[in-house]
Structure formats: C-alpha cells, structure tokens
Design a protein around this ligand. Structure first.
Ligand SMILES: *[C@@H]1O[C@H](CO)[C@@H](O)[C@H](O)[C@H]1NC(C)=O
Ligand SMILES: *[C@@H]1O[C@H](CO)[C@@H](O)[C@H](O)[C@H]1NC(C)=O
Ligand SMILES: *[C@@H]1O[C@H](CO)[C@@H](O)[C@H](O)[C@H]1NC(C)=O
Ligand SMILES: *[C@@H]1O[C@H](CO)[C@@H](O)[C@H](O)[C@H]1NC(C)=O
Ligand SMILES: *[C@@H]1O[C@H](CO)[C@@H](O)[C@H](O)[C@H]1NC(C)=O
Ligand SMILES: *[C@@H]1O[C@H](CO)[C@@H](O)[C@H](O)[C@H]1NC(C)=O
Ligand SMILES: *[C@@H]1O[C@H](CO)[C@@H](O)[C@H](O)[C@H]1NC(C)=O
Ligand SMILES: [Zn+2]
Length: 515
C-alpha cells in the first residue's frame, strides 16, 4: 500500500490521482478491474488518516492482530448495548467490564492536554481528606445575594457570625450514617446518576459545582494535596505529562493570608521535582495555562493576560499560555477581546517568551460561532474541542499545514450534549483527514472519573482504531505538548517508547478470543 506523510502535499496528490482513477471505474471492463480500482480508492484514503505513517514492527503487528480480534469480539458481544450511543454515566460500568478497557488502562497515553485544574483529579480527596481537616464549615442556608448556596464549603479560624455556616464535624455527629453522608457530599460534586436536564440546566449545574468546590480547592493545605492526587491518578493511568487550564484565583489560609498564582506556580515547580524523584519518572511534567471565564470583561481579561505574560517569562519551564473558558454559546466570542489580544501580542514581542494562546473554540452546535476563525488567526497553539472544525474546509487545511493540535474531549462532548453517539463524533472526520487529533478528558472529576482511559475507550471502540491508530493518538499528544526545550521533549519521547514496548509485550501475552 502506498503511504504518504500527513504533513506534505503528497497525500493530496496521491488522493487526486487515485480519485481520478476511481471515476474512470465507470468504464471498467470487468469485476476484477473494478475491485482493483476500488481497493486503490480505499488504500488512498487509508494512507491519509492518522496512524497511516506508522510502520508496525513484527511485535506490533502480532499485538495488533490480538488487539483487533478482541475489539471485534467485544463489539459483537456488546452489539445490543453498544456503549458508543449510551450516555457515559450509564455506560461506565459496561466499559469497565470489557477487556479493551483493561488493555487501554495499561496503554501509555502520553499527555493530557486539556483538563481544567479544578475538575481534574477525583473529588474523593476533597471529601475524604479536605472536609476532615479542622475548621471546615459547610453552608446550610442559601444566600444568593452573597453568592452563597446550600452545600458550599469554607475554612474559618472561628465560627463566622452567619450561623448558616456549620462545622462539618458537627453535622457528621448528627447524621446516622457517616459513610452515606460522605457519599452524598461526593455525589453532589459530580453530574453522575442524576437527571441533569437540558443543555442550559447542565451548564448551570456544572457552574454550581465549580462554585461549591472552590472553598475547598483554594484552601492552601488542600490545594497542593489535590494536585498531588492529580499526579498520582495520572501516573496510575499511564500518563506522563499534564497541561492544566488554571483560572486566576487567590488561595487562603486560616491566618487570613492570601496567595496568588505566582505562589501556585512556584509550588507546582517544587511538586513536580519531588514527584520525579518519588516515582523515579524524570520525564514527568506539568504545565499551566492561565485562564478566565469568557463572560469576564475586557479589563479583567487584559490584566490577567498581562499577569500571565509575566508568569510565562518568570517561569517559562512551567507556565505556557492563556485561554478563555466556559460555555461558548453564552460568553463573549473571542473577537470581543481583539484589542486586548493585539496589545498583549505586541507586548510579548519585547519579551523572551510571548504569551501563547490555547483557545477553546468551536465547542458549540450553533452555526454562527466564529471562534475558530479567531483562534486560528491568533495563532492558537492548539484548539480546545473544535467540534465545528469539520464544517470549515479552509480552516481544516490551515490546521493541517500549521500542525495545530485538536484537543478532542469525547466524554465531555457527550455529557454536555454536543454529540450523542461517539461513532458520529466530528473528530472522527478530522482523524480520517490526518489532522493532529489528541484525546483529553476536560472535566473528569465532575463526570465522576479520572485519567484518559474512558475517553480512549470511547474513540477506540466507536472509530474501530487498531494499534496504529492508538499509537498515533499517543504520539500526537506528545508532539503537541508544550515542552520547555529539546532535552525535555527527547526525554519524554524516549521514556514513552520504553513504556510502549512494554505495553506491546503485554498485549502479546494475551490470548485472543477463540471464535
Ligand atoms: C445534595 O444533593 C441532594 C439532592 O440534590 C440534596 O437534597 C442535598 O441537600 C444536597 N446536600 C448537600 C450538602 O449539598
Ligand atoms: C451506611 O451507608 C453505606 C453507604 O450507603 C452503606 O453501605 C452501609 O450499609 C450503611 N451502614 C449502615 C449501618 O446502615
Ligand atoms: C500519592 O502517592 C504516593 C505514593 O504512592 C502516596 O504516598 C501519597 O499518599 C499519595 N498522595 C495522594 C494525595 O494521593
Ligand atoms: C503575587 O503575590 C506576590 C507575593 O505576595 C506579590 O509580590 C505579587 O505582587 C503578586 N502578584 C500579583 C500580580 O498579584
Ligand atoms: C470588570 O469586572 C471586574 C470584576 O468583576 C469589576 O471589578 C470591574 O469593575 C469591571 N470593569 C468594567 C470596566 O466593567
Ligand atoms: C448566534 O445566534 C444566537 C441565537 O441563535 C445568538 O444568541 C448569538 O448571539 C449569536 N452569536 C453570534 C456570535 O452572533
Ligand atoms: C532544558 O530544560 C530542563 C528543565 O526541564 C533544564 O534542566 C535543562 O537545563 C534545559 N536544557 C537546556 C539545554 O536548556
Ligand atoms: Zn475545557
């Protein structure tokens, strides 16, 4: 089969030449000639898609045979209960029961490129550790005027005058079953197992959870522990590099001190250094992308971008860029901030490191969304979601030519009601066109999971990916990671290759299903 590299013009030429041959098939003389033309056509398409440039070693080929046999066997087995079209919350247990899931759990998945820091690691840490720290209060009233809601948390040195704040240790003394109570607190921090209503309702619940967790998350003794929890869970899921969207916020302690994102960044530098030693993983890395909600006004966005540019230049090894987050259909479009973006780009010209953008764009079903145009014209390093990208032929070409990574978040897209069935996910089109598709979890804690295995499961099964496709997804994530320098990049790749070879050896020990 002819191959072409997906960054060159070769593919297009190959495609064009074969496409013309296929048209000639109308005048084909016999079935044999027809079938030969037909094969050329499918080969030409297969030569373009992600994974086409990967030449499997003999060990990979035999692993591939086992992997695809299991994949096809389980597809038949689950056919009446195909997880692709079932809401993730209802499919989760079925997924966990499959062998493909347990294989993908062991897959070295490379990098998580799109995850929101405050919904990254599971919230059991916040409940089991956080709410058991002294001085933890829960709000048992409702005061929308002060922005407080029933079930919000905060730490205070002593009882606040608003007696709706109750020490959670007192509440625990009054309940009959503490385990059930703690389970309830955790369930109330996820969208799991509830009727979440329509799209607008969902986003409101989503926002309410972020508000609820923030009083715990920004309490200094918890902040670092939660990030440690993220590192632990990522390593456990065979991920070696994490880039978090981290919106600007202050952190607090009981003495009334506040800390800002300079502090957070410094803490993360230390945390990663410690963990490289603890886990004997010199390749472990964490990067921070600053962000604001897209409903923020222009002056907030400008001030925070200035701060982000400063952090980018103070800590270039960890602080990499800026983004706007939140529902695209409700907040300001990117074009609203064009003056601020232009100013900050100009400011960046005088610095060692300009402020790179990593914009969410095209996470919508509305035809009038224009964010993809701006994300690409503003030289966004990657694009978050890009659900609408397959509707834009010229933008797709620009993404390909400029190697702009697409951060596809399959489960998030389904839970937030942008895509029903993973088999119809528009990113499958991007994958087949050889665009740099990567897979990410977005807000796994709120969706009740951690890591990347579930998202991989959904696309691998719904798109019928073989070992080449899976390898390409992991390699794309490494290629699209914001490494500080070539040393870091080379280390990441060589460590990953070692893990990949171990993975292939493991798959080769598996027995394929017998029928
Ligand atoms: C948790 O959610 C349930 C159901 O929505 C609600 O009845 C309960 O009051 C909530 N509790 C807390 C502490 O948030
Ligand atoms: C307490 O709640 C947990 C979780 O719901 C349940 O498994 C357990 O049986 C309950 N214990 C008692 C004594 O009811
Ligand atoms: C992370 O893992 C280390 C090593 O297994 C363990 O000692 C530590 O308690 C874990 N921390 C968290 C927050 O899960
Ligand atoms: C962040 O906190 C540090 C230490 O308190 C302070 O020096 C710095 O000015 C603060 N930066 C911003 C942008 O708030
Ligand atoms: C922008 O938003 C901030 C924070 O909400 C607020 O303090 C400020 O007054 C707003 N500025 C303008 C010009 O609206
Ligand atoms: C797109 O259309 C919706 C209504 O369908 C409207 O609310 C929104 O403001 C429009 N967005 C833009 C960027 O024009
Ligand atoms: C590359 O970055 C690492 C930190 O990740 C640093 O230790 C090393 O000195 C850097 N190498 C060069 C050549 O700049
Ligand atoms: Zn996101």
């Amino acid at each position: 089969m002819q191959k072409c590299s997906n960054t060159s013009k070769e593919c297009e030429q190959l495609f064009n030449s074969i496409f013309k041959i296929a048209i000639n098939v109308v005048s084909a003389q016999d079935v044999k000639q027809y079938l030969s033309e037909r094969k050329k056509l499918s080969d030409a398409e297969n030569a373009i898609k992600d994974g086409a440039v990967i030449h499997l070693t003999p060990a990979e080929q035999s692993a591939n045979a086992i992997f695809t046999a299991i994949l096809q066997y389980e597809e038949l087995l689950l056919s009446n209960n195909d997880p692709s079209g079932i809401n993730f919350f209802n499919a989760k247990e079925v997924i966990e029961s499959t062998q493909i899931y347990s294989i993908l759990k062991k897959l070295p998945k490379g990098s998580i490129l799109h995850v929101h820091q405050d919904s990254s690691a599971t919230y059991d840490y916040l409940i089991d550790v956080g709410t058991y720290l002294p001085n933890c209060y829960i709000y048992m009233g409702s005061d929308p005027e002060n922005g407080l809601a029933y079930g919000d948390y905060h730490f205070f040195a002593s009882q606040p005058s608003d007696t709706n704040w109750v020490q959670i240790s007192q509440v625990r003394q009054s309940v009959s079953n503490v385990t059930a109570f703690d389970d309830m607190l955790l369930t109330n921090m996820t969208l799991l197992g509830r009727d979440n209503g329509d799209y607008v309702n969902l986003w409101r619940k989503f926002d309410a959870i972020f508000a609820r967790v923030s009083g715990l998350m920004t309490y200094v003794p918890i902040t670092i522990g939660y990030m440690q929890h993220l590192i632990n869970q990522s390593i456990e899921d065979n991920i070696q590099h994490i880039e978090v969207r981290k919106c600007f916020s202050d952190y607090y302690d009981l003495q009334g001190n506040t800390y800002n994102d300079t502090w957070f960044t410094q803490q993360m530098i230390q945390l990663i250094q410690q963990n490289r030693i603890t886990f004997d993983m010199p390749e472990l890395s964490l990067k921070i992308i600053g962000c604001d909600g897209r409903h923020s006004n222009q002056s907030v966005v400008y001030d925070h971008m200035e701060y982000a540019l400063e952090l980018r230049n103070q800590y270039p090894g960890i602080y990499i860029g800026y983004d706007l987050v939140g529902p695209e259909d409700e907040g300001y479009p990117l074009i609203y901030f064009i003056d601020q973006f232009m100013d900050i780009m100009q400011k960046g010209d005088d610095k060692d490191y300009p402020l790179d953008f990593y914009f969410h764009a095209g996470e919508t079903l509305l035809y009038n969304n224009t964010n993809l145009y701006d994300a690409i014209l503003l030289n966004s390093k990657r694009i978050g979601h890009g659900i609408q990208l397959s509707k834009h032929p010229i933008l797709m070409q620009m993404v390909k030519d400029n190697d702009i990574g697409i951060e596809v978040c399959p489960i998030s897209n389904q839970v937030l009601e942008y895509v029903d069935n993973f088999r119809a996910h528009p990113a499958f089109d991007l994958f087949n066109q050889g665009l740099p598709v990567t897979i990410s979890p977005d807000d796994p804690a709120i969706f009740g999971y951690y890591g990347l295995t579930y998202d991989f499961y959904e696309v691998v099964t719904a798109w019928g990916l073989d070992i080449s496709g899976v390898k390409q997804l992991a390699l794309n994530s490494l290629a699209q990671s914001a490494y500080y320098n070539d040393t870091e990049r080379d280390l990441a790749l060589t460590s990953w290759i070692t893990k990949w070879n171990t993975f292939i050896d493991y798959v080769n020990t598996l027995t394929p299903p017998s029928n």
